[in-house]
Design a protein around this ligand. Structure first.
Ligand code: PMP
Length: 283
């Protein structure tokens, strides 16, 4: 695999980052994951805008325009002959002597790599995911897409150890989100219920696209927090993320959702999301 680090395209074994990089020492870094389908990128512009916001929230001084990120993404996809999978992009504050005080003069470090992966045809689309709930013990700025991912990684691992597929995290009695996805339910009356954007959750690009589509088709979209009990009584449930697209959830804490199989509305939303994404791929 060819990766990109600070101005150079290199074989992955030759690429390196300083041990003093603040991304390594403090998770002082933000990232984006962009899906690649048919060799083109899904929602590239929206990911760039969110990256810009994350950088601004952390006060990382990085000139997105000058960085030519679209070109770097294209070039990396080309060099790795990537047809389906993802591009991971990370920008850290940069290298400085270890100190809790953020340095003011620092050159941000930029890393990009690709990962080949099936996104369109996945086992989870057919079987659905079983999730367990766990308390959301992350910090309170989940709207900033930082690389501080220890807790969600621990919770994902715990879920798999317990025979499930993932977690839905819960705070104050309501579901916040999955370990790396937004959580949604479809009520018995067909309304889509999902948590509103706030610092409590990541403002998912896939979430926004799915809400737009649902509103266009005339479906009721209710942005409010929902409880675990509501999820268990829902007709359908699903998650959204850049790489999972729209994936059904069929059980929450061992309680089947609907008939325990992926539902038709989730299937429709997934198909539409994929179709729409393929119609406007960024090459
Ligand atoms: N929430 C969390 C915590 C995530 O890590 C992700 C995926 N990065 C999402 C939601 C989904 O966001 P997106 O649709 O932009 O991938």
């Amino acid at each position: 695999r060819i990766v990109y680090v600070n101005g150079e395209f290199l074989p992955e074994d030759a690429a390196c980052l300083s041990v003093f990089d603040r991304g390594v020492l403090f998770a002082d870094a933000v990232y984006e994951v962009t899906a690649v389908v048919d060799g083109g990128m899904v929602d590239f512009e929206a990911h760039q805008q969110r990256l810009c916001r994350s950088l601004a929230e952390l006060g990382i001084d990085f000139d997105l325009r000058a960085a030519g990120l679209l070109e770097l993404h294209r070039e990396l996809i080309r060099r790795n002959a990537l047809n389906e999978g993802l591009v991971y992009l990370q920008v850290s504050r940069g290298v400085a002597d270890r100190s809790f005080l953020q340095p003011t003069t620092c050159q941000p470090s930029v890393v990009l790599f690709t990962q080949a992966q099936s996104l369109l045809e996945t086992a989870a689309t057919g079987t659905g995911l079983r999730v367990i709930t766990q308390p959301d013990l992350r910090w309170h700025r989940r709207d900033i897409k930082t690389t501080q991912l220890l807790y969600p990684s621990m919770m994902k691992t715990l879920a798999v150890e317990q025979g499930a597929d993932d977690v839905w995290m819960v705070e104050g009695g309501t579901v916040t989100e999955g370990s790396s996805s937004n959580a949604h339910i479809i009520r018995a009356d067909g309304a889509l219920v999902t948590r509103p954007t706030s610092p409590d959750i990541l403002h998912g690009i896939t979430r926004a696209a799915v809400l737009d589509y649902s509103r266009e088709t005339g479906a009721a979209v209710i942005e409010r927090p929902f409880t675990v009990a509501e999820a268990q009584q829902a007709r359908e449930a699903f998650i959204t993320s850049a790489t999972a697209f729209v994936t059904p959830v069929v059980a929450v804490d061992g309680v089947a959702i609907g008939d325990g199989r992926p539902g038709p509305a989730t299937h429709r939303i997934r198909s539409h999301y994929i179709q729409r994404s393929r119609e406007r791929l960024q090459y």
